[in-house]
Design a protein around this ligand. Structure first.
Ligand code: FES
Length: 83
């Protein structure tokens, strides 16, 4: 699932770079060859990193995001901006 539309970054890619050694959000973006732009995805990316590093972490935003349409927050902003 896409978690960052600005960079076409998926939750799978985030988990992949964490498995390869990324430990911080900035390291995830760097390892993915991008940087945070609008920042809407930061909370979700941070939560995915946390959950990937600690299998006992309480499922949070990332688990919720799995059940939502890709990047619902950005879509909501786009709709509000269009009105
Ligand atoms: S959605 Fe990730 S930087 Fe904009």
């Amino acid at each position: 699932m896409y978690v960052c539309l600005c960079n076409e970054l998926t939750s799978g890619k985030v988990r992949e770079v964490v498995a390869a050694g990324a430990r911080r959000m900035s390291e995830v973006y760097r390892a993915s060859g991008c940087t945070a732009k609008c920042g809407i995805c930061c909370r979700t990316v941070r939560q995915i990193v946390k959950e990937a590093l600690d299998p006992h972490a309480r499922p949070g935003v990332a688990a919720e995001a799995r059940g939502r349409q890709p990047h619902a927050g950005a879509l909501s902003l786009a709709i509000r901006g269009a009105g």
